[in-house]
Design a protein around this ligand. Sequence first.
Ligand code: G6P
Length: 479
Amino acid sequence: MSSTGSSDLVIVANRLPVDRVELNDGTPGWRRSPGGLVTAIEPVMRANEGTWIGWPGGTEQDLKPFEDDGMDLVPMTMTDREIENHYEGFSNGTLWPLYHDLVAKPEFHREWWDAYVAVNRRFAEKAAEHASEDATVWVHDYQMQLVPQMLRELRPDLRIGFYLHIPFPPAELFQQLPWRRQILEGLLGADLVGFQLPGAAANFVRLVRQRVGHKTHRDLIYLPDGRTVRAGAFPISIDAAGFEELSRSEPVGKRAAEIREALGSPRKVFLGIDRLDYTKGIYARLRAFSELIADGHFDVEDAVFVQVAVPSREQVEQYRILRDEIDRLVGRINGDLGRIGRPAISYLHSSYPREEMAALYRMADIMVVTPYRDGMNLVAKEYVACRFEDDGALVLSEFAGAADELRQAWLINPYDINGMKAALLEAYQADDRELGRRMRAMRKTISQHDVAAWADSFMAELAAVRPTHGKAVRPARRS
Ligand code: G6P
């Protein structure tokens, strides 16, 4: 955003990259927002000096636009009712479970939908206000699926991209949604609709043909008004070089050694890092680990598990239930299997800065990522990026998008506890040669396809779909 309030690149996402929080001394401050979306977009935006429209969390009403390290941030306000109905309700009580294979049961409420429409409209209006003539607007994720169409009506001059960070469900599930047609039409306001995986893009095109009745050919959709919309797969990634650099740094190395020592210097450390979400399969993974101890494959002198669970959506009932379940399970496992000064599971319900995450990745021998369904899972990629010595094992769910690329991980079915136990044990026992062979291949994949490459390919495709309009967006790749 320039001082005139108009920008050539506008990001619209439910969340801003920073969250309004109360600091320890009681004064208000800012903290990095949770989740993969922010992790991915932030480096791209810093390179582009764009404007980011989003919600800073909470209900504070009079926050003004401000600058943060090369980005102009425009805070959107939400009332208690909107948080309840748009964010906790339709976004995270309806769409989130529906798009994640019904891992939890979605609820359908008309007042949630009304709030979703109203909030999407407000975000679209704000984007229309901040975008310069012929600008590019990039709309993100499931909370904002109506914005492309609303924005197109307000500003037909814009080049509009949409990217879904989470899975797009198979038609059989999507069809349950009472507002399925409105969602599809909302997305069709974009010139390019991006998904993590090719299967998701194909699901979307098929649904558009069947439910909205538009002509389609392969990944193209032909609208009656003459516009063409493309649906494609753009698997998201991370700032791989940045993570590696951080992991190699001396303070992170020192911190990694400190953490290992604090754990009692066990031979091997298993690690899980997730938002505390029922899609992540945390419960089953901790059970699998504890059964390996109970079965006598190793004991707590040999191996411990560090599980970081980042607090998330704490007002949503299913998340509260999950938290209690995990609390109980960890208590039981440590009560049954731990020794004095040596719990089997070190459980941390907290979020940590990037440096601490890098230290955890660097000190852990086996990274355990076991979601029932996940759009991509950037934690798996971050772990690989941090293993600059080509060691360490990744145990990865085949239902995470990342499994499409990280084929050399120990791939598991998270519903199959015995299969998961066998993979954890294999990873635990693997020799250096085996670990090196797998990790080298995965590191090659990650370094060739980082987040800058992801953003560049999306932007290039967006420009190709709408070639006659729009100003060029600077490539995200830093020179
Ligand atoms: C996932 C979603 C994001 C979301 C993030 C954190 O990564 O794809 O859209 O922002 O989780 O969840 P929250 O509800 O705290 O924004």
